[in-house]
Structure formats: C-alpha cells, structure tokens
Design a binder for this molecule. Structure first.
Ligand code: PHE
Length: 334
C-alpha cells in the first residue's frame, strides 16, 4: 500500500526522471521485481490476495509512466511543454465582400431565367468598347476625361462598361443568346462617396427571333421582385444610349422607405438602378448578326449601387478600403 501511494504521488519534469522511476520499481533490482521474486515464499492461502495486489501495483506504475510520458512528449518545436488541455486559437473565417454577395445573388436570379455567365478582358480595344456599340467617332465617352487609355493609335484602354463582353459574345455565339456579363470597369472620375474610378457592373443580353420590349420589361420586373421583394415597383423612363434603340432607364420604388419618400430617394419615392433598351440593329450587324431575322434587348447596372440599397451602405469608398470592421458585418449574409 505504501508503494502504491508513492506511485500515485510521483511527478516528473523530464523523461530521465521517468526512466529512473521505472528502474527503481520495475528494473532488475526494482522493488516490484523483488516482490515478484519473494512471491514464491508466500503461504499458499495468501497467494491469491498478495498476487492480485502486486499486479495492481505493477499496472499502476505502468499507467503512471505512460501518462507522464504523454504529457512530457507534447512539446512544441522549442522543446517547450504544450498544455494540450488549453483551448485552441480559432481560425479567422473570412466573409464575402458585399459586391460579391449581390453579384452572386443577381447571377442566380438570371440563371433561373436561362441566362448563362460570360466574362471578358478588362483591357480592351476601342472597337469592343465603343466602335461596335455604335458610338460615333467623336463621342464624349471616348474623351480622355472619361476613359483610361493605355495606348493611343491603335487605342488600347480599360473598359468603361461590360458591354464589351456582349460584343465578344455576339461575335462568337449564334442566336439565341442569353448571357449576363459581370465585371470590373474603369472611368476617370474623382473619388467621392457617390463615385469611384473603379466599380462593377452586370449587364445582360438576350437575342433571338421576335424579342420585344415587353419581354425586356417583364424580365426586369421579375428580377426586381426577386432581388428587392414582391412589393417593389418598377418604372421605365425614356433615355438614350448609342447601342440601344429605344432606350430606357429603370427606377425601382425606394427600397429604404418603400416609395413613401426619404433622404435616400430624395423624397421622390424612386431610385434609378439601370439602363436598358432594344439592341440597335447597327450593333447586331457590326457583330455579324442578321438584324432582319433577330432582335434583342440589353440592360446594364452598377453593383455598388445595388449593394448600397440592399445593405444601406452610404459611402462607395467603403467597398475598396478593406476595413475588416466593415467587411465583418456581412458574415451572416454568407
Ligand atoms: N453600358 C451602359 C452603361 O455602362 C449600360 C447599358 C447596358 C445601357 C445595356 C443599356 C443597355 O452605362
């Protein structure tokens, strides 16, 4: 019993002490080995009881040795002991950027309508960004103040809208065409709470026989309801784009006040979210599509604007600052 207490109380700081402990008890001359040697002298009637006790003792020593070793061997690279019972440090899990969130949501809405996703280069030539889209040679959008040029003559530039992807799609696919084109675009604008020189767009294009303005309107209404909820209203106002005819701008009833009037909609009850229209026959022809047989609609919108409405973000610059206090707020939106 005394030996058993000693075994229970044993502590060691290193493996050598453990080894000494083992030799002292279980080695050739160890106390327990000796007990086994003396066992033959035990009277027969006590053999059972004493034998059991010695075995318990031996097991206790072996358990003790292996548990101490387990702790001692849990060391880090510097040989420092590691407390394996300490709670671990949690891995920080990132969050999706609000722009990615709305982009993914919008893509999934259009996928339900049969649209697929097309992408294209950020560095483009004049033809894909302007020429094929019916911009006259002196159109102000080509102006140095608006477009970032990389080279002049021939003009290489950063795309100012994702309509260039639609041009590339029309060149390579035959109708029916149904694509949405998300991407980053660049315009030489002063950075403020409401404007940035880099932003994101998603544009859509549908070309087939007998596509009408009614198809466009119904698609956009469905889209607005999926994105902002069943009660949202849409309004189309006449507008102008070189690549669509007729053209319109689409407003949705203010998603903040529900159309009643607030600061965000400047008390009009409406928010402008996109441009759209019927693809100009000149554009179809420029891209090798028979404009007598086919017609189509196109639309385009800025993702920053939509995310602002959805998440009530008041300053565009927040999207680009990578401040984790801002980004972390979208954890639940994953
Ligand atoms: N490309 C236009 C823009 O960048 C948006 C648009 C796309 C308008 C398609 C009409 C049709 O502002």
């Amino acid at each position: 019993q005394q030996l058993l207490n000693e075994v229970e109380a044993f502590k060691a700081d290193n493996l050598q002490q453990v080894e000494e402990f083992r030799i002292k008890l279980l080695g050739k001359k160890g106390s327990i080995t000796q007990l086994f040697a003396e066992f033959k002298n035990v009277p027969v009637e006590q053999k059972k009881e004493i034998g059991q006790k010695i075995n318990v003792l031996k097991d206790a020593v072996q358990d003790k040795i292996s548990s101490i070793k387990e702790v001692l061997e849990n060391k880090d690279e510097e040989g420092e002991k590691v407390d394996i019972t300490r709670p671990g440090t949690q891995n920080e899990i990132g969050t999706r950027h609000p722009i990615s969130l709305v982009k993914n949501e919008m893509i999934s809405i259009f996928k339900k309508l049969g649209f697929s996703v097309a992408e294209g280069p950020e560095i483009e030539d004049d033809w894909h960004v302007f020429g094929a889209l019916n911009f006259p040679p002196e159109h102000p959008a080509r102006d140095m103040q608006d477009t970032f040029f990389i080279e002049k003559n021939p003009d290489i530039l950063l795309r100012t809208h994702t309509s260039s992807i639609q041009v590339r799609t029309m060149q390579t696919q035959k109708p029916p065409i149904r694509v949405v084109c998300p991407g980053r675009v660049f315009r030489n604008e002063a950075i403020s709470a409401r404007a940035h020189c880099i932003f994101h767009q998603i544009e859509g294009l549908y070309i087939d026989e007998n596509v009408s303005f009614a198809d466009l309107k119904q698609t956009l209404l469905y889209f607005a309801k999926e994105l902002f909820g069943e009660n949202v209203k849409i309004r189309l106002r006449p507008s102008y784009f070189p690549f669509t005819e007729p053209s319109a701008e689409m407003d949705v009833s203010c998603t903040i006040c529900g159309g009643k009037g607030c600061n965000v909609c400047k008390h009009t009850g409406w928010l402008e979210i996109m441009g759209c229209g019927m693809v100009d026959p000149n554009v179809l022809e420029a891209c090798g599509i028979d404009s007598k047989k086919y017609s189509g609609y196109a639309f385009g919108m800025g993702l920053e604007r939509i995310a602002m409405l959805k998440y009530e973000i008041r300053d565009l610059r927040l999207y680009f600052e990578n401040d984790v206090r801002f980004l972390k707020q979208f954890k639940s939106a994953l």
